[in-house]
Design a protein around this ligand. Structure first.
Ligand code: FE2
Ligand code: FE2
Length: 478
């Protein structure tokens, strides 16, 4: 693949629709006033109102680029409010304050947002509310807050529902230890009701998280690891369709998934999301699978009789077709984003060059660029890189670690120069790590092919025909 140095960048077509600033401020103020009104009506201490205000300022202003989007802000505010009647009910029954399942809130937030900082802040807010409503006991605040953090940390990498149960057990144990420490330090007596409540709290936290997480996902459009794993299942109708109708693309997607997962792990991005997103990134190739090199037999080239403009249309249409299929099969937005962003506004270089070579008039570079948008997250950017790197290395006639390293570097440099990574949060340090892990994974993949004598025929050419001899460089065509 030739780097696109010097090529004029084209303005992005599918820009995210930005709402006016005043609408954004109005929404924040409305949600804030709603919460304050509920706190006031429920006669909750004004200290909680002030604390909530500080949290709002932090989440919506001080976090800068990482500030909470409106939907998440609304969902967390509602989750916070649920604890007001919950505490009131427990108070009215005369039950122990340790029945309040504060850790469940932290676990739900961790599972849905995978953001430790957000979990800390939110757990602190709910713990403070609960402590204030039960008389302002500072020790109680620390006990429920720290147990919430333990529960959230245990729920951090939940991949199966049984892990939520384990997090619930951790909540009970940590809360019991902290409670006993408090009793010991204060010289008081162990209250049996409190001790029972501490253990019940773990069970409640497990039950609420177990039931609440899917509800939260549906209501607020979040995506947990558990759902991601369900989407990764090959029994999913859309993946089955890909396997049956475009097996070459499916194989390509698996390799991209492995690369993306390893790279995301390396730079602290959501590795599972990157892998699952990669599985679906090219589903738009299903309707015209035969036009994509990975599904073509050796020597076959469906583009031979087509004009470069027609080839380009088919090529670019796979993004649109992918989005249509995503809608039809109800793919979550977080996965759909990989379909829309995995080419960014890259240039279909091969067909652009072919059109120029054929002496066509009025060839405009922007007509041969994907519509975008450019990757908006680390995960989609990693898939864009993994996708191009995989195709480029696949087209190398005789891959070895040095050639692979060089190709990986060229591809990443070209994408940076072309501005494809301008709208995501990857740093140059991240790109360096990604290049190293791509080289490592691809070298180990191609190692077998290099060392096994079986994989070469008498002429020294590979049997599987991956030398791109059909006239089109695979990396350029894809
Ligand atoms: Fe693609
Ligand atoms: Fe791809």
């Amino acid at each position: 693949m030739k780097p696109t140095r010097g090529i004029k960048r084209r303005k992005q077509v599918n820009k995210t629709v930005q709402r006016p600033g005043w609408v954004y401020i109005l929404e924040v103020v409305v949600v804030f006033l709603l919460v304050e009104a509920v706190l006031f009506t429920a006669k909750v201490s004004p200290l909680v109102s002030v604390f909530y205000l500080l949290i709002v300022i932090y989440l919506k202003i001080l976090r800068g680029k990482r500030r909470l989007d409106m939907r998440s802000f609304l969902s967390l505010s509602l989750l916070f409010l649920i604890y007001v009647p919950m505490c009131r009910f427990i108070i009215s029954q005369g039950w122990s304050p340790y029945y309040v399942p504060v850790p469940a809130a932290a676990m739900v937030v961790m599972l849905n947002y995978r953001d430790l900082e957000l979990v800390f802040v939110f757990a602190m807010l709910v713990s403070f509310l609960s402590a204030e409503m039960f008389g302002g006991n500072l020790y109680y605040f620390w006990i429920v807050f720290l147990s919430s953090v333990v529960g959230a940390l245990m729920a951090r990498n939940v991949r199966h529902r049984k892990h939520i149960f384990q997090a619930g057990v951790a909540v009970s144990v940590s809360m019991a230890i902290l409670y006993l420490l408090y009793v010991y330090a204060s010289g008081g007596n162990i209250v049996r009701g409190n001790l029972i409540a501490v253990f019940v709290n773990g069970v409640l936290s497990f039950a609420i998280t177990f039931v609440g997480v899917p509800l939260f996902e549906v209501m607020f459009g979040t995506l947990t690891n558990i759902s991601l794993l369900e989407w990764a299942d090959t029994q999913q109708p859309l993946l089955r369709k890909l396997i049956m109708e475009a097996p070459g693309t499916y194989h390509h997607s698996l390799v991209v998934g492995n690369l993306a997962e390893a790279a995301a792990e390396e730079v602290g991005a959501n590795s599972l999301l990157a892998r699952v997103g990669a599985y679906y990134h090219d589903i738009g190739k299903i309707p015209r699978a035969e036009y994509f090199v990975e599904n073509q037999a050796k020597g076959q080239n469906s583009h031979e009789k087509l004009s470069p403009s027609m080839s380009k249309l088919i090529l670019m249409n796979h993004v649109k077709e992918g989005l249509d299929l995503a809608r039809k099969y109800h793919l979550p937005k977080q996965i759909t984003d990989f379909i829309a962003q995995h080419h960014g506004t890259s240039l279909a270089y091969y067909f652009y060059q072919k059109a120029i070579d054929e002496g066509k008039q009025d060839i405009r570079e922007e007509d041969f660029r994907y519509p975008g948008p450019k990757p908006q997250t680390k995960e989609t950017a990693i898939v864009l890189l993994a996708d191009t790197v995989e195709a480029a290395v696949r087209s190398l006639p005789d891959p070895n670690p040095d050639k692979i390293a060089l190709t990986v570097k060229k591809v990443i440099d070209a994408k940076v120069i072309d501005g494809q990574l301008d709208e995501c949060d990857l740093t140059f340090r991240d790109l360096d790590k990604i290049a190293r892990i791509f080289t490592k994974v691809l070298s180990s993949m191609y190692h077998q092919r290099i060392t096994y004598p079986d994989s070469k025929n008498k002429n020294g050419k590979e049997k599987n025909g991956k030398s791109g001899k059909n006239g089109l460089s695979k990396s350029q065509k894809d």
